[in-house]
Design a protein around this ligand. Structure first.
Ligand code: PLP
Length: 395
């Protein structure tokens, strides 16, 4: 029988059984409103508090610096638009970011540009990493915010976050990082890295979908996200998603406590596939080989059409992605791959494999057994590949 291999963990992860068990009471008997005063509600409140402690502990924050939201996109929107609104009042309307952020960040910036903000997008170069001197040069008197992702969702590269934090601190600029891909996968300490705001999302580390959090450094004041009741200290109103929050707390605790062992395995899987797949003629690894997420493999194959590659992998039982789930469905090549300097036709032949604890080294063997023949078949049908080969021969 053909296996099923889920290799799209950067898009979302499976809900862990342990996490579901922890959530179940709050989806059934423990339905009390966490803001109520009777015991049933108090038990929900206590569960939310424990989850807040777990999320805070996972990133080196204080409980009161954690605000629950409905996910990564919401946290990014709150952080960026919130800081923008607060700083505009002080006459600061310049924001620095990078060319390969998630759309939850880039589209916020586009909106702000329409409202009179100026945005500088730093290049991320061929290795998918910003240069610190270019960041420092870009900072101006009126810079309100630096928002740079911790780890990229398509090519997995990890930014020098501690150094970025130091530069921002030195210049008195607020630093937000979209850490949705990093939380649970790499060790994070918001104090050590001088991070002012950090976005995370539970479904990227085996928690439930539709719940996330924003870490906001104590003392930082930005406008409320949702006006209404007193939930989340009155800054993000709405009855608490108790089950979701409890699930996020359990999932992050598990992800962090098992990180070291898991990453040793993920790095083996990752490197095995990188070594095997880059033996294929005219293939390349996207992004830095070393400074990348333990579970991320991002490849390009010349003369191959990414969507066809995904369909053929699916027929072999491998669920993968050509880049980000948010760009698929459009025929434009990924802005991330273009940002590291790939030409359009090469960026079209991309493949992202992203792994979690559920994957094994046998999965890597299986993928390496089905991938080369698929590439060969697709190239045999590709006029682009014919062109590449005839140019090679100097015809
Ligand atoms: C998935 C993802 C998001 C969006 O998170 P949601 O919880 O799905 O809204 C934002 N940024 C990055 C880097 C992501 O990978």
């Amino acid at each position: 029988m053909q296996p099923f291999i889920y290799a799209d963990n950067a898009a979302t992860t499976a809900l862990s059984k342990v996490v579901l068990d922890e959530m179940m009471p709050y989806l059934t008997n423990e339905y009390g409103n966490a803001s109520s005063l009777y015991d049933l509600g108090n038990r929900s409140k206590a569960a939310v508090n424990i989850a807040r402690q777990r999320v805070a502990a996972a990133i080196g924050a204080m409980d009161k610096e954690i605000y629950f939201t409905a996910g990564g996109s919401e946290s990014d929107n709150w952080a960026i638009k919130g800081v923008a609104e607060a700083m505009a009042k002080k006459g600061k309307k310049h924001i620095i970011s990078t060319a390969f952020e998630h759309h939850a960040v880039l589209h916020c910036l586009e909106r702000l540009e329409k409202n009179g903000f100026e945005v500088t997008l730093l290049p991320v170069h061929e290795n998918g990493i910003i240069r610190l001197d270019e960041l420092e040069e870009a900072i101006r008197e009126d810079t309100a915010l630096v928002t740079i992702m911790y780890a990229n969702n398509e090519i997995g590269t990890i930014q020098p976050v501690k150094e970025i934090g130091e530069i921002c601190k030195k210049h008195g600029v607020i630093f937000h990082t979209d850490a949705v891909q990093a939380v649970g996968n790499v060790a994070i300490d918001v104090k050590d890295c001088s991070i002012d705001l950090l976005s995370m999302s539970a479904h990227k580390f085996h928690g439930p979908k539709g719940v996330g959090a924003l870490y906001m450094r104590r003392g930082l004041v930005i406008p409320n996200l949702i006006d209404g009741g007193a939930q989340e200290k009155g800054r993000r109103a709405g009855t608490e998603n108790t089950a979701g929050i409890v699930g996020m707390g359990k999932a992050i605790e598990l992800a962090v406590s098992t990180m070291q062992q898991r990453n040793e395995k993920l790095i083996q899987i990752r490197d095995k596939i990188i070594d095997g797949a880059t033996k294929i003629e005219r293939s390349r690894l996207n992004g830095d080989r070393v400074h990348r997420l333990p579970g991320n493999v991002s490849l390009c194959f010349e003369g191959v059409e990414g969507e066809s590659l995904l369909l053929m992998l699916d027929l072999k039982g491998v669920a993968a992605s050509s880049g980000s789930a948010c760009t698929s469905g459009s025929l434009d090549p990924s802005h991330v791959l273009l940002s590291i300097g790939l030409k359009h036709e090469i960026a079209h032949g991309s493949l992202r494999l992203s792994f979690s604890d559920d994957n094994t080294l046998e999965d890597a063997d299986y993928i390496l057994s089905v991938l080369p023949p698929i590439i060969e078949r697709l190239r045999a049908m590709s006029p682009l590949w014919d062109k590449i080969k005839s140019e090679e021969k100097g015809e």
